[in-house]
Design a protein around this ligand. Sequence first.
Ligand SMILES: Nc1ncnc2c1ncn2[C@@H]1O[C@H](COP(=O)(O)OP(=O)(O)OP(=O)(O)O)[C@@H](O)[C@H]1O
Length: 322
Amino acid sequence: MLQVQNISFGYDDKTILDHISFSVAPGEQLSIIGESGSGKSTILKLLYGTYDLPEGEILWKNQPILGPKYNLVIGYDFMKYVAQEFDLMPFITVKENIGKFLSNFYPEEKEQRAKELIALVDLVEFTDVKVKLLSGGQKQRVALARAIAKEPEIILLDEPFSHIDNFQKQTLRRNLFKYLKEKNISCVVATHDREDVLPYADHMIVLNNGKIIANNTPENLYKQPEKPLIASFFDEFNTMRASSLGINATSEPIFVYAHELQLTKSPALEVRVTQNYYRGHQYLVEAEYQSKAIFFYHNTALPPNTTVHLQLNVAAKKRLKS
Ligand SMILES: Nc1ncnc2c1ncn2[C@@H]1O[C@H](COP(=O)(O)OP(=O)(O)OP(=O)(O)O)[C@@H](O)[C@H]1O
């Protein structure tokens, strides 16, 4: 179990993390989300022991993770960290880069394992290519393969698929996260991508102004986002009054995802269409309601300046009542 207990940290006078606590069980995947600069990478670096902690404690299986003041070499064998900069060896091949992280004791097993890892990250045709000749996405794959080479107990991933193209991202993500679960490797992922979180994370924490403002399952946070920052991570959304949608709920503003609004003939929420954005499966329609923008999805583009009426779909009513 990883335990982060009341840690605070800043690079200079400015506090970046302010009394943060969370934990990660063996085999569990935790996602850290938050705006750019909110401190996601800083948390990963602290978990890895890159800096000394001025306050609080980080424990892995009840042993403290210590910074450079106490460790000549940063990091621990049971933990791997894939940073945004990959730190590969450019003048040797993909296989040699991965091999550096495997034991030389049983050469046949080493060969087999290197092949297995290269296949996992789909780099078979680049096995013997020098890393300096690879693209950014290919380098990121090598870094991921290298990090899991020795099966760490916990892995820290900083935007792990940021350089991988959309064609290959889904497969790589599925393969990697499935592999980590199978091997019971704990995983902490800093990400901006909801696709890293919704299908895979057991828990997610949301960072804002140095604090954790939410710590829950992705499903619970998706259903009850509570803050615009959280809703915006998942999807296009609107901040609305429950009364304007004809539901008896709180007088507090509610967050309604754009896909939860649909056209109706009855005289419900009346809006004026201003723009359409093609999104493949549907159009995202921008409209004006009481001088503010409101967004919803529709199967076809709607002519600008038309007046239409909107209502919540059935699933949204259920979500907002629960
Ligand atoms: N080595 C450093 N020295 C001084 N300030 C730093 C250093 N590294 C990061 N910072 C500052 O700390 C804050 C948090 O940075 P961090 O990289 O942890 O954010 P992040 O949430 O990971 O951002 P992003 O999503 O853009 O990667 C930022 O304001 C950043 O400018």
